[in-house]
Design a protein around this ligand. Structure first.
Ligand code: SIN
Length: 278
């Protein structure tokens, strides 16, 4: 089906499309929103260039797609609890998103999607990679798919967020982070397609199997997301936007630009409890 209100240029066979012909700083029509949603479902991550939006416009854009998420570890700027600053400079010791992940998958109902706008980019580097959870699932043998469909995995925010806080000198003793068990294969609630839903940033173990089995299977799945055939790689310009579907893809931010600055804001849309429909 073609699009009437936006131009959609697919970037790879499995994942990613660049969208043009739309100004995200002004109110969108219902048809534009419906077509953006369709492009997101079809391409898992959509990219926009030359979109210099402010925080209020960014929040308004997110609200077209659902209610907004407040991050469990990183507070937003004053008056903007639903905005997640993404910032790296010469004093950083780690960057956000430096391992493959689906955002905050440790939540009981993890985010549907995330919209990242960068207002400052390094002269070179700082790309983000996205990998299709559908393509990973479809790359597995029928026997392994069937085995995985009987499993759940634990996603724990504690280890990830505590380590980040330790590096920033933040004492989070006593703080409780989200932790949840999700199906290893989830059915996308809108597309009906199945995708693998475990990631090295949050998934600590497969439930009810030995540690050796859990480690081996998880490592096999994590490695599949790193296969270039299932990925798209986005090179940012100033005022680019990436909007990804956390239910159908994972992403990884590359830190190859130290000590340069890369900075922007993310608005994250609330999602549903993952399920598997067999
Ligand atoms: C994130 O994981 O939200 C950050 C991605 C990026 O900075 O490219």
């Amino acid at each position: 089906m073609s699009y009437k209100t936006i131009h959609v240029k697919p970037l790879t066979r499995h994942i990613g499309a660049e969208i043009s012909g739309i100004d995200l700083s002004i109110p969108l029509s219902a048809e534009q929103v419906a077509e953006l949603r369709r492009a997101l479902l079809d391409h898992l991550v959509i990219f926009f260039r030359r979109q210099p939006i402010n925080l209020d416009q960014h929040l308004a854009l997110g609200r077209y797609f659902g209610t907004l998420h407040v991050h469990p570890n990183s507070p937003g700027p004053d008056g903007y609890p639903e905005v997640l600053p993404i910032h790296t400079d010469a004093n950083s010791r780690r960057i956000a998103g430096d391992r493959w992940h689906s955002d905050v998958s440790c939540d009981e109902a993890p985010p549907l999607g995330s919209i990242l706008h960068l207002h400052t980019v390094p002269p070179v580097g700082g790309d983000t990679l996205f990998s299709s959870a559908y393509a990973v699932y479809e790359s597995l043998s029928p026997g392994l798919r069937g085995y995985l469909e009987g499993l759940t995995a634990t996603h724990d925010g504690g280890p990830n967020y505590r380590e980040r806080n330790r590096l920033k000198g933040i004492d989070d003793t006593g703080k409780v982070y989200p932790k949840a068990s999700h199906p290893v294969v989830r059915t996308h609630p809108e597309s009906g397609r199945k995708g693998v839903f475990v990631n090295p940033a949050f998934t600590t173990h497969l439930d009810n199997v030995s540690k050796a089995e859990s480690d081996a299977i998880l490592n096999l799945l994590f490695d599949r997301f790193a296969v270039p055939d299932y990925q798209v790689r986005f090179t940012w310009d100033r005022d680019s936007i990436a909007f990804w579907d956390n239910r159908s893809c994972q992403h990884l931010a590359v830190w190859d630009y130290f000590p340069e600055v890369r900075s922007g804001y993310r608005v994250t849309i609330n999602g549903d409890k993952p399920y598997l429909r067999t």
